[in-house]
Each structure stands twice: as structure tokens, then as C-alpha cells.
Ligand binder design. Structure first.
Ligand code: HEM
Length: 388
């Protein structure tokens, strides 16, 4: 049988949704011979699996093509009790920063970027807006010295990319992750010697019952924040802009009433998000839809497919900003529910509001969008827009 869902196909990077529908309807528990992994695609199965960490373990990594050294060292790649410890300490550090303190830097970067865009008129939303905001904000929050935003974004995208030919990571991908972790190790070492009021210092100082994060844990947690903040958030903001481009009625309604933005963001998290699929490893045999998955097998939870499951969301392929999609899995579920969800919602809201206020109308200058190659994430390489 030919591959129903080829993780390494550019067609899936560009538009996974028709393939998800095939899986949900005909192969809800699908064994991919090429990738040697199971794929779950229905909402109910994925939601249940995401809650059941004892069966569906993250301890061998949650990236489909895992980066060596990451499994067991980060929030997303551990199970309780280790996960609860890392999550508690990370949350304690995260909570020391008031979410409101995010607003001023986002507005400042947004205004500066929009001024530049108004001059250019033709611009790349990814390079000139979403990356500026997310890399700028993340670097300030973590207290990192400014580096070229695009360089950092390129490294992060490379670190989470997969190669079509080798069906995994190349040396270039591994070097990109090594670059990020070396840079962060230097910063963590400096911050331990000289504490400041930033998230890296707060991670180093976080303490619960005398327990603290080790230097390596701080580096890996910071790397997770950089990768999630840059890849998931900037790609989500870009896809949100694309959704508003493709659905002009929705965009006009938002421009007329900016208070509708949060519900449009929620619908975009359901409809078409950046974090499409994550991996688990089975701790025991599970039989689903007549298929037996064995202990030790790898399983993909295709959150992006669950969010388009007609068994859960009526007319799932319609982008409806009034929908209020309760229970969508755009941020996952269970123990590994996204730690940055509130921050991601807030940053997208502020940045989009500012953008639509100043640039209510924009159109794509190319109909041939290119998508990054990744087994987990979905992100446009660029979004070439023109004002008007
Ligand atoms: C719109 C943007 C974002 C999306 C769509 C997103 C999505 C997700 C998803 C689906 C997961 C679950 C992974 C799994 O099941 O294995 C997750 C986990 C996580 N996210 Fe996000 N994320 C976003 C932004 C952020 C930001 C800005 C941060 C922090 C700066 C962040 C930090 C994390 C962390 C630390 C985890 C792991 C949590 C755990 O395992 O306990 N995310 N995210």
C-alpha cells in the first residue's frame, strides 16, 4: 500500500489537511511504513492519549525526529515526577514576570517594524514583522544580548527541520542546535555569576523545597523557550496573518471591531496552527480501531488533525471567528499543555491589533508559498505581502 501520510513530503508541509481527513476517515490508527511510526488523527484518541502520560510517554522525546541530548532533559521530553519538578521550577521563574510587562516591548517593536513596513510597502511578514517581535521579545525577556533576528530564526528553524532525503536531521540541523545551546550556555554561566532581573536569572534562582535547576537544565529549558517562542510563536503569528489574508470578510470584521481579535486567534489555533504534531513512546500495548500498537512503538499525536475532526467541531474546514472552539488542541493537553500559551495569546493579540490598525489591507504578491520542511511544525518560509 502506498504511504497515506508521508511525513517527509513537501505536500504535507504545504497542506496537511486533506491527508489528515483521509487518515481520520479510513486509517484512524495508521502505521507509516516509511517513518516507522503510528499516527493518531481523531480528536478523541489524541485528547485521551495526551492526558495519559503513563501509557503515552514523552521521556524518549516529543519531536518526531528528536535532537540528540534533548530527551529526558526538558519539560517536553520528561514524564512525571521529573517533568512535574521541571515544570514547577520553570513556572515559578515564569510567574516572576508579570504578563503585563510583555505589552510595552511588543508595542515598541511593533511600532518600529510597522514604520519600516510603511516605508517599504512590499514586505515579508515573517522577516519584517513576526520574527522581529518574537525574537526581540524573547531575547529581552530572557536577558540575551541582541543578535541578528533573522540569523537566530534561521538557526531555530534549521534546528527543528528535517531533511526530505535522509528523513531525519542532517549535520547542518544538528550544528544549528549546537550553536543555540553553546550561545545559551555562555549566557547562563554569566548570569549565574552576575544575576540580573531576567528570565534566565529567575530560572537559576527558582527554588521549591530547596530544589533548584542544574546548569544543564537551565540551558535546555532556555533553549526550549527560544525554540518555542521563535518557531511556534512567530510561525503562528504568520499563519494567523495568512488566515486573515485568505478570509477577507473575517479581516474586515476585525478591522471594524478589534475586540474580536482574541476569538479569531482561538479559531486560528484550531484551524491552522504551527505546532501540528508531537511524538510519544508507548509504555504498554494499546489496541485502537482494530490495530495493536506495541510497547516501545512511537506514536504521533496529530493535534492539527484533531482540530479539524468533524466528530468534534462542526464544519471544521470553515474558518469561523465566532466559533469559540472549546477544547481545541492547538496548545496540546494534559501534563504537557503549553507553558507559554498565555504569553503566546497576548503577544499575538497586541501585535495583530497594532498591525491591523495601521495596515488594514494587504495582499500576497506570490501565489506560490514555500513552507519549511519539518515533521512537527508548519511554517511559511516567507509571506511576501504588499500594502493595499
Ligand atoms: C502560538 C504559539 C505556540 C503554540 C501553537 C505552542 C504549542 C505547544 C504545544 C502543542 C505543546 C505541547 C507539546 C506536546 O504535547 O508534546 C507545547 C508545549 C510547550 N510550549 Fe508551547 N506553543 C506556543 C508558544 C510557546 C511559547 C511562546 C513558549 C515559551 C516561551 C512555549 C513554551 C512551551 C513549553 C515549555 C512546552 C512544554 C510544556 C511541558 O511539556 O510541560 N510555547 N506548546
Amino acid at each position: 500500500m502506498s504511504e497515506v501520510f508521508d511525513l517527509y513530503s513537501p505536500l504535507i508541509d504545504a497542506d496537511p489537511f486533506p491527508y489528515y481527513a483521509q487518515l481520520r476517515d479510513h486509517h484512524p490508527c495508521y502505521w507509516s511504513p516509511k517513518a516507522q511510526i503510528w499516527i493518531l488523527s481523531r480528536y478523541e484518541d489524541i485528547s485521551r492519549a495526551a492526558q495519559d502520560w503513563e501509557t503515552y510517554s514523552s521521556s524518549q522525546g516529543n519531536l518526531i525526529d528528536e535532537i540528540p541530548g534533548r530527551a529526558g532533559a526538558t519539560l517536553g521530553t520528561t514524564d512525571p515526577p521529573r517533568h512535574d519538578r521541571l515544570r514547577g521550577l520553570s513556572q515559578a521563574a515564569f510567574m516572576r514576570r508579570n504578563l503585563d510587562s510583555t505589552i510595552a516591548p511588543v508595542l515598541e517593536i511593533a511600532d518600529r517594524s510597522i514604520d519600516a513596513i510603511l516605508q517599504m510597502r512590499r514586505f515579508d511578514f515573517v522577516e519584517h514583522y513576526s520574527s522581529q517581535i518574537t525574537v526581540g521579545l524573547l531575547f529581552r525577556t530572557l536577558g540575551l544580548p541582541m543578535r541578528d533576528h533573522n540569523e537566530i530564526r534561521r538557526k531555530v528553524i534549521l534546528a527543528v527541520s528535517t531533511d526530505k532525503e535522509t528523513k531525519g536531521r542532517t549535520q547542518e540541523h544538528l550544528d544549528a542546535f549546537a550553536y543555540i545551546s553553546e550561545f545559551l550556555t555562555e549566557e547562563v554561566t554569566k548570569r549565574r555569576a552576575e544575576p540580573r532581573d531576567d528570565l534566565i536569572t529567575h530560572l537559576a534562582e527558582a527554588e521549591i523545597d530547596g530544589d533548584r535547576l542544574s546548569e544543564r537544565e537551565i540551558v535546555m529549558t532556555t533553549a526550549t523557550f527560544v525554540m518555542a517562542g521563535v518557531e511556534s510563536l512567530s510561525s503562528f503569528m504568520s499563519i494567523f496573518a495568512l488566515n486573515l489574508h485568505d478570509h477577507a470578510d473575517a479581516r474586515r470584521r476585525l478591522v471594524a471591531d478589534l475586540s474580536l481579535i482574541p476569538s479569531a486567534i482561538e479559531e486560528s489555533l484550531r484551524y491552522n496552527t504551527s505546532a501540528q504534531r508531537f511524538k510519544r513512546t508507548l509504555m504498554k500495548d494499546v489496541t485502537l480501531h482494530g490495530q495493536t500498537m506495541k510497547a516501545g512503538d512511537k506514536v504521533i499525536l496529530a493535534y492539527g488533525s484533531a482540530n479539524r475532526d468533524e466528530r468534534k467541531f462542526p464544519n471544521p474546514d470553515v474558518y469561523d471567528i465566532n466559533r469559540k472552539p472549546q477544547g481545541h488542541l492547538g496548545f496540546g493537553a494534559g501534563k504537557h499543555f503549553c507553558l507559554g500559551s498565555q504569553m503566546a495569546r497576548l503577544v499575538t493579540e497586541i501585535a495583530s491589533k497594532r498591525f491591523l490598525e495601521k495596515i488594514p489591507d494587504f495582499h500576497l504578491t506570490s501565489s506560490d508559498l514555500k513552507w519549511n520542511s519539518s515533521s512537527n511544525f508548519r511554517s511559511p518560509v516567507e509571506l511576501p505581502f504588499e500594502i493595499g
